[in-house]
Design a protein around this ligand. Structure first.
Ligand code: GDD
Ligand code: MG
Length: 354
């Protein structure tokens, strides 16, 4: 089985961490996000991953020059221009010569989803497309699904239920969401779907392809209760790390042996990558310090991310989902709360000005 993994987005919501690094190459504890995604697929019979690349493809190609990632053979499909999710799937699948049932994954999702069970359900039902669903409290930033699960009408389906999709609405307003079951960003697709995706323009799988399949009764979905997280916002990017160190999902070692923490500094539930440093009297809590990031004496960093080589000056306080980009500096005594540094609007970035 081959899997197309979509990794070509701009990662705008994680700017400035994504100014020069695609979202899926950002570290999650000890390795780039994409390696967590690929390792999970290896456990479910996937034998080749097709990376659907757009924004900064060289970041992936340079990181895996021998054509393997987490031990898995990789095919690189580089879009000539952003084609949106369905356009990207079509381009990548054709580029890689996929002719059989295949998987598609949003590359920014970390999950323990039982992909094998999903493939079995898809094959048993003879479906054209099957999508995994996960239940969330606020569905409005996801694709929301109304499922004909065969269970009691007017009751939300339970985990394990599967059936035809009656409605798929991408990012509805909260009062329009038909349920709390949302598109988990993992699909099993038949190659016949590729013929329905128009060439030469951006096509969204969520806004065009899925609604069209729903209309003809050929899209299925399967409800999962497995661990699931879309890491695409500052809050969830941080949570992905906490879940892997505090026992929620795993208990990985959070502090690299090549990080430096002063004897009287305080470090709590935080990830410190090699070369990160926390000086005397400083406090770091619920934070990520990438390679070479420095927290100087008496400073506080809480619920925030410091990019590679970023620096927080003496006594400065950085809190509230602040994101300090590569080599950026929060000056001594500064108070940053929910601040992005530098703060160049992403649309200027994509037009080449940023
Ligand atoms: N190659 C390529 N080209 N990849 C793209 C493009 C593109 O033009 N646009 C987006 N991607 C990639 C992103 O890098 C990401 O891995 C994935 O496609 C999904 O894009 P996001 O920008 O993260 O979408 P989202 O999180 O707002 O919504 C999507 O994911 C939700 C679940 O996490 C949708 O699929 C929702 O329906 C879903 O619920
Ligand atoms: Mg996302």
């Amino acid at each position: 089985m081959q899997a197309v993994v979509l990794v070509g987005g701009l990662g705008t919501r994680l700017y400035p961490l994504t100014a020069d690094t695609p979202k899926q190459m950002l570290p999650v504890v000890d390795r780039p996000m994409i390696e967590h995604v690929v390792a999970h697929l290896a456990g479910h019979g996937v034998t080749r991953v097709v990376l659907s690349l757009g924004f900064r493809p060289e970041a992936f190609i340079d990181a895996y020059p021998d054509g393997t990632c987490a031990g898995m053979p990789i095919h690189y499909a580089v879009e000539p221009e952003p084609l949106d999710t369905a356009g990207a799937v079509r381009f990548a699948a054709i580029d890689a010569g996929i002719m059989e049932t295949f998987l598609v994954l949003n590359g920014d999702v970390l999950t323990d989803l039982d992909v094998s069970a999903m493939v079995d359900d898809h094959r048993a039902a003879g479906a054209t497309g099957t999508i995994a669903l996960t239940q969330v409290d606020d569905p409005s930033r996801y694709g929301v699904v109304d499922l004909a699960s065969g269970q009691e009408p007017d009751r939300e389906p339970s985990a394990g239920a599967s059936g035809l999709v009656r409605d798929f609405v991408e990012k509805p307003s909260p009062d329009e969401a038909p349920s709390r079951w949302v598109n988990a960003g993992t699909y099993v697709l038949e190659p016949s779907i590729l013929d329905r995706i128009e060439v030469g323009r951006r096509v969204s799988i969520e806004r065009e392809v899925f609604p069209a399949l729903v209309a003809e009764g050929s899209l299925r979905a399967l409800c999962s209760a497995s661990y699931w997280l879309d890491t695409g916002t500052p809050e969830t990017y941080l949570r992905a790390q906490f879940d892997l160190i505090d026992g929620t999902r795993a208990r990985m070692a959070p502090v690299s042996s090549a990080a430096m923490v002063a004897a009287d500094a305080e470090v709590d539930r935080s990830v410190l990558l090699p070369g990160a440093s926390v000086a005397s009297g400083a406090r770091v809590c619920d934070a990520v310090l990438m390679e070479g990031a420095a927290v100087e004496a008496g400073a506080t960093v809480r619920n925030s991310v410091l990019g590679p080589g970023a620096r927080v000056g003496e006594r400065a306080v950085v809190t509230g989902l602040s994101m300090i980009g590569r080599a950026a500096v929060a000056p001594a005594d500064a108070k940053l709360n929910g601040t992005r540094l530098p703060n160049v609007p992403p649309d200027e970035r994509s037009s080449g000005k940023g």
